[in-house]
Design a protein around this ligand. Sequence first.
Ligand code: NAP
Length: 347
Amino acid sequence: MFAVGRRISKHIRITSGPQILLTSSVPSGRKFNAMNSITSAFVPNAAGDAPKQLEYIPNLKLNDRNEIPLLGYGLGTANFKRKGGPAFDEKVVNNTITAIRTGFYHLDGAEAYGNEAELGAAIKRAGVPREKLFVVTKTSVLPGETIELAFSRSLEKLGVDYVDLYLIHHPFWASSPEDQSAKWAEMEALKESGRARSIGVSNYIEKNLAPILATAKYPPAINQIEFHPYLQHGDLLEYHRKNGIAVSAFGSLTAITKAAPGPVDLIYEKLAKKYGVGPGEIALRWVLDQGVVALTTSGSEERLHGYLTKLPAFKLTPREVEEISEAGKQKHFRGFWNHKIAANDHR
Ligand SMILES: NC(=O)c1ccc[n+]([C@@H]2O[C@H](COP(=O)([O-])OP(=O)(O)OC[C@H]3O[C@@H](n4cnc5c(N)ncnc54)[C@H](OP(=O)(O)O)[C@@H]3O)[C@@H](O)[C@H]2O)c1
């Protein structure tokens, strides 16, 4: 079984040649030897370095020195709790347990998904120690509520005493740049309390990030955005890299699931044939190979298992990443937040 970002730290002393002490990590259960010591030591970071091709999906180092698994399982979309559904949805619990047992240890939740209790139940029942999991949740910043209040409610529902990453879900609640800075200070207080190991934002663009960066004690570790060939956000990725903020992507499969037919179809098909995988793996690898965290979700164990076995087995060349990016720029498509963002806004 592969586990995304599941690693055991090792110190290796190379005995031939100069003595170098490498701090490295390998997935648990894997035999370790000096042959893989150099590649195992590689940890991509917020500067956008692509991961090396390894036998597993590595972690990415955040600007606060914490590490996030590069591939994550989402509790939104298919798992999102609809109005009129069951009060407690066992199906979501079972989907999430399957994802964890398949090897997805990065779990992306949100108060808005209405299923933090189900995520918490899955964490308890899956049989994987809490400290091996990377648990994320998000605040919707409801009117009149402090971040502390929203966060305490989420912790209680999740049944955990800390999260690995806490995000502000979107910037649309703020009426001024000062609002953004003030809320961010509340997020920083959580980080200092140790109950949110890393803090970040979601669906922010440069104009939302700038006021935070101007006043932050701790810059956001990550910004979670919709990211696929038909929504590349101009120079937003570059802005993150300059400021040491990592990016995580949702909607990475959009060209296949929502926006087909389109200009990347034939390229996905050609590359899928070349690497002996499906177009979904090509779409996710295009994200990973730009040093961006990829989130996906599925109710299908087979699909999840396929990602974990196929994604580490190949890597797109920089030219292939570029080919998809260039073709993708011929079309614009946004699958989320269309009620808040103008149709002609490509940022
Ligand atoms: N911060 C935000 O505002 C925000 C917004 C949206 C999402 N997210 C996060 O991102 C996570 C991932 O969401 P996503 O929308 O990006 O998921 P996605 O990976 O783009 O899509 C997953 C869905 O696509 C289906 N699918 C996968 N491959 C397919 C194929 N080849 N053909 C047809 N259908 C296919 C899956 O169906 P099966 O179940 O059949 O596999 C599943 O329902 C969410 O769960 C959430 O955690 C965050």
